[in-house]
Design a protein around this ligand. Structure first.
Ligand code: CA
Length: 437
């Protein structure tokens, strides 16, 4: 392996003044400035995204661009050879910070290694990133008070919020095998549905297909079976964040969800955005965790975070019909909200998940549950946005939607913005509804 003659100095990638020589990286409306550097999997290899380009990390390895400090770790090179990010996510935090810093050194304006990096860059706008992790387990929470209250009031008008909700982060075990990358087609599921609350059911295609706008996070370092994760350290176990669309069949859900919670209404497909924005990149956008109302219970000690943090991520959902796309019409914005409005924080969700000794593992995906805010426009699923179909929304082609139709494309976007800082984006989480099979 050839050794570099000169090495770039270590940079603080969150420095808002850094600029990059990579095309598109300094675009103020772009998602991927040098301060972001999210990871993904492209053509079966770990890659980092910047501007309109991506760098396959193995290419940089073979070009001798990484430092001896990184190469000293066996799992570093091994991690770069895998078609998923699990080993990279599990590297000690110091090392992951060093990797991100060295990558920033490749891309910064005036970089001494630009001539060696530039030929390695690939066009990210034409790439089809894959699922970023080998996901052992996927868990979905229900952490938005607005969502839980809205949905609860539809299914149980007299009793919307169950007595446990403000004490325990409610969640369920989802299915990892059907978590897919953005762009994967969404086959309309079949299942049992009823016309009357008490049945009898019939089997057929879901007619009430919905999306759920969620934020997901991947576990880096896990915990041993039988041990717990201290709430004060929970944040350090989070490798990075993505957007999640928890596709949901409301008619199947309504019939099956009691007494054990969601099952086939949810596990037919879950879409994630492909570029994992690291917890390090998101650090400048942390905000204080939620302030509980005077009538709210205090969290139990194991959920009391001395440094309670949410993340201010603006989240959007857009929908387009087949007709709109054929006519070149832009997708219609359906909702816009923020992840900062969540009642339960990512650290609380993770600490709670491990609080019984359940072992979390690198690559586990935890999703927040539908992100809904206080306003109608910030409700993160059609069930709430159209109030179970009572208030249909109108798309750009003039057609109405209560729930999704075949051919509809759902696009989720997320980004962090703060004055004086480049915007950090998540890219897109997309899926087109296909007819039932
Ligand atoms: Ca969900």
């Amino acid at each position: 392996m050839s050794r570099p003659q000169s090495r770039p100095s270590l940079l603080e990638p969150n420095d808002p003044m850094l600029r990059s020589w990579v095309p598109g990286a300094n675009n103020p409306d772009g998602d991927f400035p040098i301060q972001n550097l999210p990871y993904g999997i492209v053509d079966g290899a770990a890659a980092v995204r910047i501007g309109d380009s991506l760098l396959v990390l193995q290419d940089a390895l073979h070009a001798g661009l990484f430092s001896d400090e990184l190469l000293a770790w066996d799992s570093f090179e091994e991690g770069l050879e895998l078609p998923f990010l699990n080993l990279i996510a599990e590297l000690p935090h110091d090392l992951r910070r060093r990797l991100r810093s060295e990558l920033a050194g490749f891309f910064v304006e005036g970089s001494s290694v630009r001539a060696r990096v530039e030929p390695l860059l690939r066009d990210a706008t034409r790439a089809a990133p894959e699922i970023p992790f080998s996901i052992g387990d996927y868990t979905d929470f229900y952490a938005s008070l607005h969502h839980a209250t809205n949905v609860g009031s539809m299914f149980r008008p007299t009793n919307p919020l169950l007595p446990n909700w403000k004490h325990v982060p409610i969640g369920y075990h989802g299915r990892a095998s059907s978590v897919v990358a953005s762009g994967t087609g969404v086959v309309r599921p079949c299942g049992q549905t009823v016309s009357n609350d008490d049945g009898p059911p019939s089997f057929g295609q879901s007619r009430l297909l919905d999306y759920e706008l969620e934020v997901g996070f991947f576990v880096g370092h896990g915990n041993e079976l039988g041990s717990r994760i201290d709430i004060a350290k929970a944040w350090s176990h989070i490798f990075g964040f993505c957007l999640v669309n928890d596709w949901s069949a409301r008619d199947i859900q309504k019939w099956e969800y009691q007494p054990l919670g969601p099952f086939l209404a949810k596990n037919f497909l879950t879409t994630v955005s492909p570029w994992v924005v690291t917890a390090d990149a998101i650090a400048p956008f942390l905000v204080p965790g939620p302030v509980r109302g005077t009538d709210d219970p205090l969290p139990l000690p194991y959920l009391s975070d001395p440094d309670s943090r949410n993340v201010d991520i603006t989240l959007e959902v857009l929908v387009s019909s087949e007709k709109m796309r054929a006519a070149g019409q832009p997708a219609t914005l359906i909702s816009r909200g923020s992840f900062k409005d969540m009642f339960w924080t990512p650290a609380q969700m993770l600490a709670h998940h491990a609080s019984n000794g359940c072992n979390m593992q690198a690559g586990d995906l935890l999703a927040s549950g539908t992100v809904s805010g206080p306003e109608k426009e910030s409700r993160g699923c059609l069930l709430e946005r159209t109030w179970r179909g009572a208030e249909p929304i109108t798309l750009g082609d003039g057609t109405e939607r209560k729930f999704l139709q075949d051919g509809d494309e759902v696009i989720m976007r997320g980004y962090c913005e703060r004055p004086g800082r480049p915007r950090i984006g998540f890219g897109e989480c997309r899926g087109i509804v296909q007819p039932a099979r």
